[in-house]
Design a protein around this ligand. Structure first.
Ligand SMILES: Nc1ncnc2c1ncn2[C@@H]1O[C@H](COP(=O)(O)OS(=O)(=O)O)[C@@H](OP(=O)(O)O)[C@H]1O
Length: 403
């Protein structure tokens, strides 16, 4: 058929010439914008993601020079407050661990630097600290970071201030840097050092959940870890004696991972091999005796600098959890109730219009929970009860799962 929009070749030529002129003109204007530094932000399409009109951007107070020689700290702060993405490039995917820095001129303008963390999330395994950190990172005044075994952790091999700052994310002067040190509850004495050496004003957030549910989640997670990678087994093995609920003992050849034995059934993972009582010799159990590390933590961090979030409540209503953090850190109110929606697996996921990278936290431990009999559940809950009560007294805070 060949529908021809340009029947006259000469007309087509004129059209192309006009188009080329317009393109060159806009490139020239862009160049002028970049050159004058101030205009760079005005023209950047990034800003449209915030839903802020270009007029608002043009009129706002911006720092005057690359090095802020002519700007007061208040000006820098006011201007950078509006930066939804802080020092990192906007993105459509969750990239907290591999995000890209913005251009140097933007970093200079926002006064982006690696700063000592303001907030330490005291990670207790499988209690939801990664989820909490991931949600909080969406706040325009918070930059979050997960820190795993290789960096700050392993009872903190990293023992000097320079390295801590080096490992921290870039932040603007208005952003609070929040670092989730995943296994620090296991070496809680280290928090004292962190406060003294890194930032004495550092605030701490702890998220803890029903210790019985934590133990189940931990076991489920480890069952995933023991799956071979690239067809090769990746864990060590050893023989251990286990006892079931029925009191019968036998030997199992189990995988071993980070101090955990991974037996074939959950009951073998929590029962004493001699008495079939719940045993705190097992990490699945001992990690849920939160009062032990909390006693030490509270000696180091003043109560007003410590926020303890109930992980079960957080899973049911993350909105209340993030709001309590906003108040605790004194950042502006950003999250709305409508920002959180449940997915098909029953987990809440933040869906925030201005942040196309918001969404569900990727799951590391998918799959079903292990079978646990009612009687074993009751036994585990009874085991934890006195510790939970002690915890409530210590913190002057109640938890629905404590009884
Ligand atoms: N909204 C939402 N999305 C995903 N996950 C959620 C959420 N809210 C709470 N949780 C709970 O977080 C549990 C995992 O805890 P962590 O992030 O601390 O795990 S880890 O120890 O860092 O691997 C995870 O445990 P499991 O469900 O047992 O895997 C969740 O119960």
């Amino acid at each position: 058929m060949g529908l021809n929009y340009f029947p006259q070749p000469s007309f087509k030529g004129v059209f192309l010439a006009v188009l080329t002129t317009l393109t060159l003109l806009s490139l020239y204007i862009d160049y002028q914008g970049v050159k004058s530094n101030m205009k760079e932000f005005v023209t950047t399409p990034i800003r449209n993601l915030y839903g802020v009109s270009t007029n608002t951007i043009k009129n706002e107070t911006t720092p005057k020079g690359r090095d802020h020689k002519n700007s007061t700290p208040a000006e820098v702060r006011e201007w950078s407050r509006d930066q939804m993405w802080g020092c990192y490039e906007p993105s459509k995917r969750r990239l907290m661990l591999s995000r890209k820095l913005r251009s140097q001129s933007i970093l200079d303008r926002l006064d982006c630097r690696k700063r000592a963390p303001d907030v330490l999330v005291v990670g207790v395994k499988k209690c939801g600290s990664q989820t909490l950190t991931g949600f909080l990172d969406l706040h325009p005044e918070i930059v979050g970071q997960y820190e795993t075994g290789d960096r700050y952790n392993q009872c903190c091999v990293v023992s000097n201030r320079t390295k801590w700052i080096q490992y921290s994310p870039y932040s603007t002067p208005v952003e609070k840097t929040l670092v989730d040190v995943i296994k620090i509850a296991d070496c809680i004495g280290r928090v004292k050092w962190i406060l003294e050496e890194i930032n004495p004003a550092m605030k701490c957030i702890v998220i803890i959940r029903d210790p019985y549910k934590r133990a189940v989640s931990d076991y489920k997670h480890l069952l995933q870890a023991e799956k071979p990678k690239d067809g090769k087994p990746r864990l060590n093995k050893k023989n251990i004696t286990v006892t079931g609920e029925n009191g019968i003992r036998h030997t199992e050849h189990v995988n071993v991972y980070e101090g955990y034995n991974i037996p074939s059934k959950f009951e073998y993972a929590v029962l004493d091999s001699n008495s079939s009582h719940i045993s705190n010799e097992h990490l699945y159990i001992s990690k849920g005796i939160y009062v032990n590390f909390m006693k030490q933590l509270i000696e180091t961090v003043s109560r007003q600098n410590l926020l303890v979030i109930d992980g079960e409540m957080f899973a049911k209503d993350p909105y209340l959890g993030v709001k309590s953090v906003e108040r605790f850190l004194g950042v502006t109110s950003f999250f709305k109730r409508t920002d959180f929606r449940k997915n098909s697996k029953g987990y809440f996921c933040p869906i925030i219009k201005q942040r196309p990278d918001s969404g569900c936290i990727p799951f590391k431990a998918s799959g079903k929970n292990p079978e646990v009999s009612k009687s074993l559940q009751t036994k585990i809950k009874a085991f934890y009860r006195p510790y939970n009560r002690e915890l409530e007294n210590l913190l002057q805070q109640t938890f629905k799962w404590s009884h």
